[in-house]
Ligand binder design. Sequence first.
Ligand code: GLC
Length: 579
Amino acid sequence: MPEAWWKSAVVYQIWPRSFADSNGDGVGDLPGVIGKLDYLRTLGVDAVWLSPFYRSPMDDMGYDISDYQDVDPVFGTLADIDELIAELHARDMKLMIDVVVNHTSDEHPWFIESRSAKDSPKRDWYWWRPSRPGMAPGEPGAEPTNWRAAFQGSAWEFDPATDEYYLHMFSRKQPDLNWENPEVRQAVYEMLRWWLDRGVDGFRMDVINLVSKFLPLVDGKPVPGTRFGDAWPQVSCGPRIHEFLHEMHLEVVAAQDRVLVTVGEMPGATLQDAQLFTDPVREEVDMIFQFEHVDLDHGPGGRYDPKALCLTDLKASLARWQTGLADRGWNSLYWDNHDQPRAVSRFGCDDPEYRVRSAKLLATVLHLHRGTPYVYQGEELGMTNYPWSSLDEFRDLDSLNYWAEAVGRGDDPGKVLAALRAQSRDNARTPMQWNGSENAGFTTGKPWIPVNPNCAEINAEAQLTDPTSVFTHYRRLIELRHEVAAVVHGDFTMRLDDDPHVYAFTREYADERLLVLANFDDHERSVELPDADEWTGAEVLISNYPDEPGRWTLRAWEATVLRRAPAPAVHEEPVPGQS
Ligand code: GLC
């Protein structure tokens, strides 16, 4: 097999509902995506991760699938997917599809069959349990365990048809599949092979570390402010997770004669877990999406209890993953995706004075790490969080459920709105800003979610040909990954670990050395490196300031990458008479 292409690749994530609408119904669709492939080619990305486009009741925006082998009519048809694959391949890009197989929709035929009777042949395809001993089915508190769902409320839904409860780690319309049952696993593998036959090049596997649960299912520690307990330690990376992933690799991936890519989304997975998951000899997945760095600004109350990010924590976390997966395994690199607020508003500064600069700084830092970088739609333009002013603007069920829970228990609505403003997933889901027109060129109809009014300044049309734009900076970073071996393969060493403002590291490969310096602050900061002399005369590979940097004095949000080129080879002339 040739070397894995994804090691030198940059992946672009498309969340189709908000990317481009071709038919004016206000919702993005597959023909809309196909119409933008030249834009992606210009950016230079190697692959697209396409978020769910399957048939779905859209309770969780498509992460609740009712037919894995069809396209939801709001997005298009199977013929559109075939065309998308062909058009991507024609431009030398790959397609990674998002597979959601920890759970299905409650409207999937498997679940409809499963819930129909206790003796249904598919009953055991999901997690059915009777009420707590001594309690009447359906009575509050009679749930089989005290688990809280990720989207608030109980993780168990009572089904009066058979007087039992089913498990759903997310919404009640997302029942968890029972991977202990080999028939379930075979059905999943068969479906994945069907997509490979259609030409897709890999899979992003949604919350795949939840497919093995610890048995028996027992109560978790109480979650403050709720009547529920924490399920996560009992459903995350359970005892059979490595076995299941290896089996899936053998059944689905290994049989192919081309190099695919697999990335497992794994909230709660540790570095030690990742070392096993991504060790190539174990044949599980190529890389994982870990959450440690994006959880650093969560307070004790979790996501909606935000706290200020401490740069030294961020550096320590990412450095640990860099070194921890250096010899075996591989990192995925991301700031943004459809579940996270916009990086420039969160880790950078979206004030107009520093927005462009800090967006470029974040990009520079991330893209100079070792691993596979992911760019989420609009990130390459420096898109920001939305200025939410009232609850009726939100669409995400997690945001809406959180509001209901928090306001319901008496939290101050102003404080709840502030938390949503900072952390809601809808920040990532406002439409892609193609131009400065009223609906940002996303749709000719009424957009399903508000368009950010800053599309007048932040949009693709204005940035494509501007050499100083965030887009152009991303383009150059992607080129560097393709051109400079040290960016892909270089050893990573964190420098200035304790500096609270400057993010500094080196990358080394053969004779080539890169030094990345980034000032995460509005004030000028000086840098003192003991080996500063060695960088005298080094070339500036990329910078977010137009003029030659002051080297050891970094201006506000300045990011610079220096390269010490390999020493020129010395050809010694043989001295006559000596051999
Ligand atoms: C993953 C997805 C998220 C979804 C959840 C349940 O975390 O990225 O969007 O809501 O799984 O499928």
